[in-house]
Design a protein around this ligand. Structure first.
Ligand code: CA
Length: 232
């Protein structure tokens, strides 16, 4: 496993490196204090996971995140002192997989890293999951390929896992709790922000009019349901 840490505080870099070394002794950890260098390393080193600070000397971490997401679906965990909800939601909207507020414990960080790796490296899917076909939307579960109106759509692993679970339960309302547990893990069942942001991200990528969703329907106070698109 290759880890990229983009963080300008040497203490935090050391804490995070130690965390990986303890749990994954074979992990190769690279780090840089600069956002621009981090972007280059994200491209040239192809890390398996990125830990990203928001307050960097040369660039805003959100810009780094946005740029990485333009070419890569690598799991990204934001580590920051900015703990308010607006920042958390913005980070998730821009494609972060998780968000940890400083100061944090080894145990908390390790739990987050494990959860992110678990859901971005889902085991191979079973053969009985037949491709989903409708005139506007297709999903091939074997190749993890999604198309809208014949055009391939790029989804992050978490977006894909959420869509897959909703589609496999087509026509049924799934509770927020069940979705959080299935897609993110049981540690996340009390964090509805994740789900809300990811549903919106899927709508933006899949729906004709994301403000008036026809595929990913909210059931107020309960959860979400996937509805097969009409053929007309
Ligand atoms: Ca910083």
């Amino acid at each position: 496993m290759k880890v990229l840490i983009i963080e300008d505080s040497p203490d935090i870099v050391e804490t995070i490196s130690l965390c990986f070394e303890l749990r994954w002794p074979e992990a190769k950890v690279i780090s840089t204090p600069e956002g621009s260098k981090g972007l280059t390393l994200a491209e040239t080193e192809s890390p398996d996971i990125i830990i990203l600070d928001l307050g960097l000397p040369d660039m805003d971490g959100f810009e780094v995140l946005k740029d990485i997401r333009s070419f890569s679906n690598v799991p990204i965990i934001i580590v920051t002192v900015r703990g308010d909800e607006m920042d958390r939601v913005r980070g998730l909207e821009l494609g972060a997989d998780d968000y940890i507020v400083k100061p944090f414990s080894h145990i908390e960080l390790l739990a987050r890293i494990k959860a992110v790796l678990r859901r971005t490296h889902m085991p191979e899917l079973r053969a009985e999951e037949k491709p989903f076909h409708s005139p506007k939307l297709t999903i091939d579960f074997a190749t993890r390929t999604v198309t809208v109106n014949g055009q391939p759509v790029r989804l992050t692993p978490t977006e894909y896992n959420l869509l897959r679970y909703l589609v496999l339960n087509e026509g049924n309302v799934l509770t927020r709790r069940a979705l959080l547990e299935k897609v993110w893990g049981e540690e996340y069942t009390d964090s509805p922000d994740y789900l809300k942001v990811y549903i919106q991200r899927l709508r933006n990528k899949l729906e004709k009019d994301p403000a008036n969703p026809q595929l990913l329907i909210s059931e107020r106070g309960i959860g979400y349901m996937f509805v097969r698109p009409p053929s007309a």
